[in-house]
Design a protein around this ligand. Structure first.
Ligand code: FAD
Length: 341
């Protein structure tokens, strides 16, 4: 069979990293990315990009840990290379603080991040409203630069990219052998996934270069994540809210909450507001499916539903999706050689 033609639908962090993993595992494939939006207009551009995993209740913890570990290892190597600044990847140290000691003092990812330890009493003096904390260093992606870096790598390997809204995956059956669905929240409409819902997040991106450490309230709602050029202040988690319009009252609330953790943020400049819809599900949909109409078949691989943790696990899920594409190719080769007999 000729080089398989693969269409990846979606150009957020999941679509781009999945396309890259497909090229790495199957260099003879011809990969095309089709997407309604590219950076800087995706949910992935809004994210803070911190590698602190979210927990998917429907996925075994050892699988989530493996996804996180693969992502951490991949980005750690970039952060230690000459590409780090262009790719927007850097290490950042800081604290996760809790008003009450959590039931689980050691999260499943504690031995993947660097130097994880309980905070000392002296460190906790910085946070008078909190009584327990964890100190560690993790990686952060500056999202638009990282997406552009992925796009550049893809173009260098010959991947084509086109702006196109796909109304139905079946419309691609005459042009492609395999379709990979990485449409994030777009999958709600595209494949009618009723288990997928938005969790709206509003954040502020500010200039405050003197803040060097991350601070995250253990409830996950308030956070200060310093990037290379700007700091992300968050946030909100509003289930089933589809609005992409910034709310000024929410911005003030986020700013006040962050200032109560780090009062020097009162002097932050150039405050920009961003909103994104986290594509949320009980578990990431990483699955093969075969669409068929009138005896014609189209193999599809789904990779969407990463909710609040897409950056933290993107490389791990992309590798798994690329393996599923490999299985689809093997099945196509098998049926084409049987047809010749
Ligand atoms: P998207 O980035 O939304 O990409 C989907 C792509 O599919 C887009 O290009 C879109 O145009 C395209 N598309 C959709 N429908 C169609 C269609 N019908 N036809 C063609 N193209 C289509 N995660 C972390 O790990 N760490 C964090 O610190 C973090 N912070 C966050 C903060 C906020 C405020 C938000 C909102 C999210 C945060 N996340 C974080 C989560 C992370 O942003 C998501 O998990 C991740 O971006 C999902 O990536 P995606 O590629 O699946 O989706």
């Amino acid at each position: 069979m000729a080089a398989p033609k693969v269409a990846v639908v979606g150009a957020g962090v999941i679509g781009l990293s999945t396309a890259l993993c497909i090229m790495e595992t199957c260099p003879s494939c011809s990969v095309t990315i089709l997407s309604e939006q590219f950076s800087p207009n995706t949910t992935s551009d809004v994210a803070a990009g911190m590698l602190i995993p979210h927990t998917y209740p429907g996925t075994p913890i050892h699988v989530q840990k493996q996804w996180f570990k693969e992502t951490f290892t991949y980005l750690f190597a970039i952060s230690n290379s000459a590409e780090a600044s262009e790719a927007g990847i850097h290490l950042v140290s800081g604290w996760q603080v809790f008003k009450n000691t959590p039931k689980e003092e050691l999260p499943f990812w504690s031995d993947v991040v660097l130097g994880f330890r309980p905070m000392s009493k002296a460190e906790l003096q910085k946070f008078p409203q909190h009584q327990f904390g964890q100190a560690f260093a993790t990686l952060k992606c500056d999202c638009p630069p990282y997406l552009l870096w992925l796009e550049k790598r893809l173009k260098a390997t010959g991947v084509q990219m086109y702006t196109r809204k796909v109304a139905d995956l079946w419309e691609l059956h005459s042009e492609y052998d395999i379709v990979v669905n990485c449409t994030g929240i777009g999958a709600h409409q595209l494949v009618g996934d009723k288990k997928l819902f938005p969790i709206r997040g509003q954040v502020l991106k500010v200039h405050a270069p003197w803040v060097k450490n991350f601070i995250r309230d253990g409830d996950g709602l308030t956070y200060i994540y310093p990037g290379i050029h700007r700091i992300t202040l968050g946030g909100t988690r509003e289930k089933e809210n589809w609005s992409l319009s910034p709310d000024p009252g929410t911005s003030k609330d986020i700013f006040d909450r962050c200032c109560s953790l780090e009062p020097s943020l009162g002097g932050a400049q150039d405050i920009q507001v961003k909103v994104g819809l986290r594509p949320s599900r009980q578990c990431v949909r990483l699955q093969r499916e075969v669409l068929s109409q009138g005896g014609v078949k189209l193999p599809v691989v789904h990779n969407y539903g990463h909710g609040a943790g897409g950056f933290s696990v993107h490389r791990g899920t992309a590798k798994e999706a690329a393996c599923l594409v490999g299985e689809c190719i093997a099945a196509l080769q098998d049926s084409s050689s049987r047809a010749k007999l």
